[in-house]
Design a protein around this ligand. Structure first.
Ligand code: ARG
Length: 721
């Protein structure tokens, strides 16, 4: 009897431990699902303080920042903290070789000095369940018909919840792979200004070498402000707009934390697929990831060669380079971790268990055989898709050229009017201006040559756009030779009207489909796209719809299999607001190695390499660190400035910039990365090894105050000492 109860206690505690760290919880369901677990882990707040629609709560201080990050409000004058890599594009755009804020950093010492940034932020107003309405509309539908109807139904609901005059937008998110539909209603603000950013040598210290890895010594933060019109409404930029008066601003803690302390993160995780099938894992490992990695590797190499030579090119390509490099390393690491932990085997085991339950149940018993068939039908063509997206469109010129297919369509379609053509041409002209701003011809020309050659060598011959390659062979010779593609790419760049203002103007004033079709950049892009659209896109759509149906049924089955567990399930990330709770926590990445829960200024100095592209440091930082001028920001226990720390929280891309909060809801850091050992986290959460990497808020404040001299920013914060 005694033995049994011990086993029972052990089991129960194991289950609750596994539950506590894993999970991206919907804020409106915290109270029902996990609030008690949060309290057990150390939370000191009430349900209403976490999320409320009647009173202001923490959720009101959390924003979508730009296109894919999280930010938080930290003062009553609309001050925003987010990551350096989230503000990166805005900082690079605001910079010039003369005023190089990306390299040197920038702090506005008054509101007048803040720099308008071309981005917006969104506040979450409310969440409502619209599952019944969507399910009624979709009843009995499957496959591509269902996806089409789903898109229409969602569009109609979105419109009903939106009010453009008030900058309010409703967006339905399908959760649990389309078993639940919630509408999230946001208010968008578009007058956002850059307030402060550290030099890149602090904000991106360690570069891509340290990216996705712990220990990490990066001051990954930037500071912005949201403005509103004088009458308190969201508004486009206007010089006399005033700082937003927010519903909620997070207090900032100078107290620090210990290993094991409670930590929670609010934010916008982009996408996970925790119930991915074993077939999907194989597809990633065998085809999608390696293809993406080899193409990005090639593009990065050509871009970096030009960035190193010229600071103007560095500024021009910096943001695009960082984005490509970030997910190049991610997908490379993901494959390694998937193999190391045999995630394929784990999925197979889970599927075998499901199959046992499903046998004899008509709705579920054929899921895996159907799924296998869907993958088998699609797999032979799947590499083409990656090569199109990451290879052909990996060239900015060819990506832009492919967008001109819309101009072509307007010109050749039956019944197309002059007005349609004019509209398409004007859009193309605006897009060209944006493309040219970021176009570096040397690297792009190299990318075109190598991407074409790689396509030729690595994609099955039967899938090639045959007449395209035949014509290159006719004019340039051997398709196996690098020289052929180099000469061809060089001619494209010399003669395309896209890169020639006078030819382009002539085309605009007299748009003619045959002129467009004869353009060398356009004809390359359209050869690959039309071949895809004609032969392989339909196959992809069939696969995608089947994958969607089967995934939805699998998840429905999992919830039916264990209805108690189903009550405590969280939906996959969909770039909607989530809360994760866990602890600050050290870990053992491999045998005999222990990683501490913090890293400090000592380590920054240890990594310093003068003049290095990734590990250089600002002289002022070295000086102040050597003087130990840490002020109130020092960590007494470590007797040093803590730079970064790790927690067990469950986050992913999109969470970047998210606030890390202590048990009282005070800001202790900003989440900015995940660790290498858990790069398989999108498809499988590892309860022992998963860590979130966070910059310590005291390091952020030290950089702003001591390095940047911007005490004006510190004065706005509500500091908890
Ligand atoms: N891995 C981080 C994320 O996805 C981005 C880090 C940016 N830094 C870099 N060195 N590329 O959130």
């Amino acid at each position: 009897m005694k033995k049994f109860s011990i086993v029972l206690v052990l089991l129960v505690s194991l289950v609750s431990k596994a539950l506590a760290d894993e999970g991206m919880w919907l804020p409106l369901l915290l109270g029902q699902q996990v609030y008690n677990d949060m309290v057990k882990r150390g939370l000191k707040l009430t349900k209403d303080q976490l999320y409320s629609i009647n009173k202001s709560s923490i959720k009101d201080g959390i924003i979508i920042f730009g296109g894919g990050c999280t930010g938080e409000i930290v003062s009553n004058e609309g001050l925003i903290f987010t990551n350096h890599h989230c503000g990166y594009d805005a900082v690079a755009s605001a910079s010039s070789v003369e005023h190089n804020y990306l390299r040197d950093g920038f702090y506005a010492k008054s509101k007048q000095e803040e720099i308008p940034a071309d981005l917006d932020v969104q506040f979450l107003l409310k969440i409502e369940d619209v599952t019944k309405e969507v399910e009624t509309a979709l009843a009995g539908l499957t496959g591509t018909d269902r996806l089409k109807k789903q898109a229409e139904t969602i569009a109609a609901i979105n419109q009903r919840y939106s009010d453009p005059a008030q900058f309010i937008e409703g967006r339905v998110s399908p959760l649990f792979k389309g078993n639940q539909f919630l509408v999230f209603v946001y208010q968008r603000y578009s007058d956002i200004r850059l307030v402060g950013v550290p030099p890149e040598s602090v904000g991106k210290f360690g570069g891509d070498t340290d990216n996705w890895e712990w220990p990490r010594h990066t001051g990954d933060f930037s500071v912005f402000r949201v403005y509103m019109s004088k009458d308190g409404k969201p508004a486009k930029y206007a010089a006399d707009n005033i700082p937003l008066k927010p519903k909620y601003a997070l207090p900032v803690s100078l107290k620090g934390y210990k290993d094991g302390d409670y930590a929670m993160i609010y934010g916008y995780p982009g996408s996970t697929n925790r119930y991915e099938s074993s077939f999907g894992i194989r597809q990633k490992i065998d085809i999608n990831n390696p293809s993406l990695v080899e193409l990005r590797d090639m593009r990065l190499k050509y871009m970096f060669a030009e960035m190193k030579k010229d600071p103007a090119v560095k500024l021009q390509l910096a943001s695009s380079y960082a984005g490509i490099a970030n997910y190049w390393k991610f997908f490379d690491g993901e494959t390694k971790q998937l193999l190391k932990y045999d995630v394929y085997g784990q999925k197979k085991a889970a599927e075998a268990k499901f199959q046992q339950w499903a046998n004899g149940k008509a709705d579920y018993e054929h899921i895996f055989s159907d799924w296998e068939k869907a993958y088998n039908d699609w797999r032979p063509y799947s590499k083409y898709r990656v090569y199109l997206i990451e290879g052909i469109f990996g060239s900015p010129l060819l990506a832009y050229a492919s967008s001109l297919m819309q101009v072509e369509a307007a010109m050749v379609q039956k019944g197309g009017t002059a007005a349609d053509i004019k509209k398409a041409i004007e859009a193309a002209d605006r897009a060209r201006a944006a493309f040219l701003k970021e176009e570096n011809k040397t690297s792009d020309q190299n990318i075109v040559a190598t991407a074409l050659q790689m396509f030729y060598s690595n994609i099955d011959k039967s899938q090639h756009p045959i007449s395209f390659f035949e014509s290159i062979k006719g004019s340039y010779g051997d398709l196996k030779s690098e020289e052929t593609y180099k000469k061809y790419a060089s001619d494209i760049f010399k003669t395309t009207m896209i890169l020639d203002d006078s030819k382009w103007k002539a085309f605009l004033s007299n748009p003619d489909a045959t002129v467009l079709q004869a353009d060398p950049a356009f004809s390359v892009a359209s050869a690959f796209v039309k071949n895809w659209q004609g032969k392989y896109l339909p196959k992809y759509q069939v696969f995608n719809a089947a994958n969607n149906d089967l995934g939805r049924r699998y998840l429905k089955g999992i919830m039916a299999m264990d209805t108690v567990k189903a009550k405590k399930m969280y939906p996959d990330a969909t770039f909607t607001m989530r809360v994760s709770f866990g602890n600050v926590k050290s870990y053992n990445p491999r045998d005999a190695v222990h990683y501490d829960y913090v890293c400090t200024m000592k380590g920054v100095l240890e990594k310093y390499v003068p003049g290095d592209y990734e590990f250089d440091l600002p002289p002022a930082l070295i000086e102040k660190a050597k003087q130990r001028d840490f002020g109130p920001y020092i960590d007494k226990a470590k007797n040093d400035l803590v730079v970064a720390f790790i927690t067990t929280n469950d986050i992913t891309g999109g969470n970047s910039g998210s606030p890390v909060l202590d048990a009282y809801g005070n800001l202790i850091g900003l989440a900015f990365d995940g660790n290498y050992e858990a790069l398989s986290h999108q498809v499988a959460f590892d309860k022992d090894l998963n860590r979130t990497i966070c910059v310590d808020i005291r390091y952020v404040l030290w950089c702003i105050d001591k390095l940047g001299g911007a005490s004006n920013i510190i004065k706005e914060l509500k500091l908890i000492k």
